[in-house]
Design a protein. Structure first.
Lengths: 244, 319
């Protein structure tokens, strides 16, 4: 675990030095510009639209951040050969992959939390309501980004950044299109194996409903753990057989 | 190598890359290495000989097609087997946004150093490689030579008993190369084992106890450096004060002749040494030194590579 944490800490430190968290500032600026443009719905409706747009923006910002980190980290370390000094020590390749994922998960978590705080600040100024429910949506977004990061890191064990980003976006699309592609009541092996990230999509109940309960949050956590574990396992296996 | 304990033992290393085009490519056919504990062992060979691939297999960076790789008795292709191993890659690269101290602390954590150990070890190693006082400078401002020195420092983290150095003098100025040689000798004096892969034959000749020469993915020669370089049955005689035109009998006796700054260097058969010394004396010259004739490593290397045997024939083992 010590090796995993050391590698994760390096990923976080690298992200901080590369100023990727400046994305928070960009996001805040976009939000500040967009909110005054919202149409004047009735009381309550405007707040719901605000929540939906805010969470959509958090999702997009987190997606850009996660993919920019996850798609590039392993290929860049292999290409620059910085990985030699890590893997020549008593470090398993799965530890390297898990540490990289954990670091990206941490950075994404900090960023999503910061995005949410900015959103809350704007909500408080605009509507006089901090909208604590937004954290439920942000939690789902963070977990989804974690699972997506595991996929991207796994693909990056064998491919370059362009392939990783393309594959990750395709995977994300497919994972949100299960019902559209397989129908409402799918059967067979495909129904079992087909990935779905719909569990993480709680924007509608958070923006327009009463939010999610603790039981559903646990379901999201279980889906996150299962997907991340499975994808990291596959990625680690691919990286283990790779010649560097 | 007799009863010496082995620090590194590579047997039958083989690596075949499966290319999409042109079929499988064998880059290492059969390389075996035996490195005695507490020695400096050179691994030599032209570009593409398979040196770096062999080292990468030893370190676990490349999966061997076959062969066994042991460092102090442990399988070094597995992380647990590299506990006592330090590695300097060829042209080491670091995350350039880090400072030297931060880089050493990152790698130090991976070899299990505590926070307190990281602090003291980083300072000690930076001083050892000539980077004292540079620990807080960003690596982006380091020269290639300084990065090379830092690479050596990271290889020494965790107090390894066996250190593998791939082209350690690469990018170093003459003073840096001298420091590197001295560092390798100091490591050996501490009882550590150094496996050195280098193109710099003078460096290898200066520090290595034994060498293995690899060519075409096979071991072409292996042995003690003196035994490889001494030319059997010949001696080298150095003399001064001889006339420009050598006496006929002397000229007929000597083989290679070289002159430099008034000094003459003759290569003669061992059986002719006494007669040659007498003839030099008769001609009014002074014998300065008589030594077993020794090739330079450059000459030996070039000759070996030019011969059919050097292109992948059976290995020559001496001593």
């Amino acid at each position: 675990m010590r090796n995993v944490l050391a590698i994760a800490a390096a990923v976080v430190a690298d992200a901080v030095r590369r100023k990727v968290l400046y994305l928070v500032g960009v996001f805040a600026a976009i939000l500040s510009v967009m909110v005054p443009q919202l149409p004047s719905y009735g009381v309550g409706v405007a707040a719901a639209v605000f929540r939906e747009i805010s969470l959509a923006l958090v999702f997009v910002a987190a997606l850009v951040l996660t993919l920019s980190l996850a798609a590039n980290r392993v290929p860049a370390e292999v290409e620059r050969r910085t990985v030699y000094s890590v893997l020549s020590k008593r470090v398993h390749r799965w530890q390297y992959m898990a540490g990289t994922w954990l670091g990206i998960l941490a950075v994404a978590g900090v960023a999503v939390a910061a995005f949410t705080l900015v959103t809350q600040g704007v909500a408080l100024v605009r509507y006089g309501d901090p909208m604590w429910r937004l954290w439920q949506g942000s939690f789902g977004i963070w977990l989804e980004m974690g699972a997506l990061a595991a996929f991207a890191i796994g693909v990056s064990a064998l491919a370059g950044p362009v392939v990783v980003v393309t594959a990750s976006l395709a995977f994300l699309f497919a994972a949100h299109s299960r019902q559209a592609l397989l129908g409402r009541d799918p059967h067979g092996v495909l129904a079992l194996l087909y990935p779905s990230f719909d569990t993480f999509n709680v924007i509608t109940p958070v923006a327009h409903g009463t939010g999610i309960g603790a039981a559903y949050a646990l379901t999201m956590l279980a889906a996150f753990a299962a997907w991340s574990g499975l994808l990291l396992l596959a990625g680690s296996a691919a990286f283990t057989i790779r010649d560097l | 190598m007799g009863e010496e304990r082995l620090a590194i033992e590579v047997s039958g290393a083989r690596k075949v890359y499966r290319a999409r085009v042109g079929g499988p490519k064998t880059v290492v056919h059969d390389v075996s290495l035996r490195v005695a504990e507490g020695s400096i062992h050179g691994l030599l060979g032209p570009n593409g000989a398979g040196k770096t691939t062999t080292l990468k297999m030893l370190i676990g960076l490349v999966r061997p097609t076959s062969g066994t790789f042991r460092v102090e008795g442990r399988d070094s292709t597995r992380p647990e087997g590299r506990i006592r191993l330090g590695f300097l890659p060829e042209q080491p690269y670091f995350p350039m946004q880090l400072t030297a101290t931060e880089a050493l602390r990152l790698y130090g954590r991976l070899v299990g150093l505590s926070r307190a150990e990281l602090r003291t070890t980083s300072e000690r190693l930076l001083a050892l490689v000539g980077l004292e006082g540079r620990g807080h400078e960003a690596l982006s401002k380091f020269s290639r030579g300084m990065l090379q020195r830092l690479g050596v420092a990271q290889a020494l983290l965790g107090d390894p008993r066996v250190i593998v150095l791939d082209e350690p003098a690469s990018g170093l100025d003459p003073i840096g190369q001298r420091d590197m040689r001295n560092l390798m000798l100091a490591l050996r004096d501490e009882g550590r084992t150094v496996l050195l892969s280098s193109h710099q034959l003078s460096e290898v000749e200066a520090v290595c106890d034994r060498v293995t020469i690899v060519n075409g993915g096979r071991v072409a020669a292996e042995g003690h450096i003196d035994d490889l370089l001494n030319v059997a049955g010949h001696s080298s005689i150095r003399a001064r004060g001889l006339p420009e035109a050598l006496p006929a009998e002397l000229a007929a006796l000597v083989e290679d002749v070289a002159t430099s700054g008034g000094a003459w260097i003759f290569s003669v058969r061992d059986a002719s040494v006494r007669r040659t010394v007498d003839l030099i004396d008769d001609a009014g010259g002074t014998v300065v030194a008589v030594n077993p004739k020794r090739d330079s490593l450059e000459d030996y290397f070039a000759r070996m590579l030019a011969s059919p045997k050097g292109e992948g024939g059976s290995a020559r083992e001496v001593a």
